[in-house]
Design a protein around this ligand. Structure first.
Ligand code: BGC
Length: 402
């Protein structure tokens, strides 16, 4: 099966609409509006060649790391789903190292993969290797994390990252009852993700858009004053980095009788670091509202025992499923559109978005799935009964279903 140039030409020259959202892909300014230089690319030569002359349809998958639970699941899901459709798969993990990822992608290009699916370690560092993929006629699907500053990203499959942050912000708003007029002032602190991960700013902006009005009103205070994305970001989403930062923060701002009421944590790995710093260093005696994302098994345990207040679930099987269906549809000459999604007859929401993901060079057509709020109250109902992606183990904790 040969990937036809014609098909890719059609979807790559879709009209470009300027993004209305902040583009995290821009390095020029930390808070700048989208780079309006995003261009409509009508150069169809870049998809002239594919590597399918050998007759084998090979997918190169590059995932960022195996250290975090989710990416191992992503790799396994993608591999199994592609293989079920008869594709050959080369799956590599980068150990969170930019150079390892780049080297692996070069190797896969040289090996003649037909399509690349990439979960970027650093969305800003893949420019050169993307050019090489383009020269070799290999389409690239950005998986979960956007690839920035390259016109050669064919499509992006992810969740509605802004909505993930909104769910976290709304949870904090409701848990602290910020809309009730009580005259009470609450203290909050922030922990965001890795600043080189395009998603991290979307999560942060989503949460901030919910919480900022309360900060402006004075209902919420940030005693550390640390509330801009770069200051609160966490390199490599590291548990340890988040933990150390929070130990210092608690020591500096919460050593007296000041109460810490809530911490926005953009994901589960950083949330664990914050929770442990609170356990070891905070003496306020109150429960702190703490968010997360990914529903890692350890975090679900912590939801049950109250150390974490909420989580955001992103069904990774859906994400891999949409990626595989997209690649396979394009192989079969379909165009990217909302009706393509409709033709898959999914029993879950997936939206075709041609506006939100400006990568600094083009607005990348995105296929976005819906994140879901999880608490100790709905975790069994959603994760076990509804999605069936977790099972209840003998000790009552949730484990990932085989
Ligand atoms: C993903 C999150 C994940 C984080 C750290 C983000 O790009 O969307 O699900 O928690 O990376 O791996």
């Amino acid at each position: 099966m040969v990937l036809s140039n014609r098909h890719y030409t059609r979807y790559l020259i879709a009209p470009i609409t300027l993004s209305l959202m902040l583009s995290a892909c821009s390095t020029a300014s930390k808070t700048s509006a989208p780079d309006n230089t995003a261009k409509s690319d009508t150069d169809d030569t870049r998809i002239d060649n594919t590597h399918s002359e050998d007759g084998i349809d090979k997918i190169g998958i590059s995932m960022p790391t195996q250290y975090l639970e989710r990416w191992t699941r992503d790799g396994n899901n993608l591999k199994a789903s592609f293989e079920a459709l008869g594709y050959e798969v080369d799956l590599r993990y980068a150990g969170n190292l930019i150079d390892t990822q780049i080297d692996a992608i070069y190797e896969m290009i040289d090996d003649g993969v037909d399509v690349l699916v990439i979960g970027a370690v650093d969305g800003l560092s893949l420019g050169k290797v993307m050019e090489k993929a383009h020269e070799a006629g290999i389409p690239v699907v950005a998986y979960d994390r956007l690839i920035c500053n390259s016109e050669y990203v064919s499509a992006y499959v992810s969740f509605d990252n802004y909505q993930v942050g909104r769910l976290q912000g709304e949870y904090i708003r409701d848990a602290l009852e910020l809309d009730k007029v009580t005259g009470k002032i609450y203290n909050i602190e922030f922990t965001a993700g890795d600043s080189v991960d395009n998603n991290a700013r979307f999560f942060f902006n989503g949460a901030m858009d919910v919480l900022k009005p309360y900060i402006d009103k004075g209902t919420l205070k940030v005693p550390s004053g640390q509330r801009d994305f770069y200051t609160v970001s966490t390199s490599q989403w590291s548990t340890e980095t988040a933990n150390v930062r929070f130990q210092i923060l608690i020591g500096s701002y919460y050593s007296g009788d000041r109460k810490l009421d809530a911490v926005l944590c953009s994901n589960d790995s950083t949330s664990i670091g914050v929770q442990d710093a609170i356990r070891d260093n905070y003496n306020g005696g109150n429960d702190v509202v703490i968010t997360g994302q990914d529903c890692d098994v350890e975090n679900l345990r912590r939801l049950m025992d109250g150390r974490q207040s909420m989580d955001v679930y992103k069904n990774l099987a859906y994400e891999a499923g949409v990626t595989v269906m997209l690649v396979d549809s394009l192989y079969h000459g379909k165009e990217m559109s909302q009706s393509l999604i409709d033709s898959w007859n999914l029993d879950y929401e997936c939206v075709y978005d041609t506006q939100s993901y400006d990568n600094g060079k083009i607005v990348v057509p995105a296929f976005l799935l819906e994140p879901v709020e999880i608490t100790s109250d709905n975790m069994v109902q959603e994760l076990v009964d509804n999605y069936g992606t977790y099972v209840i183990s003998e000790d009552g904790s949730l484990q990932v279903a085989e």
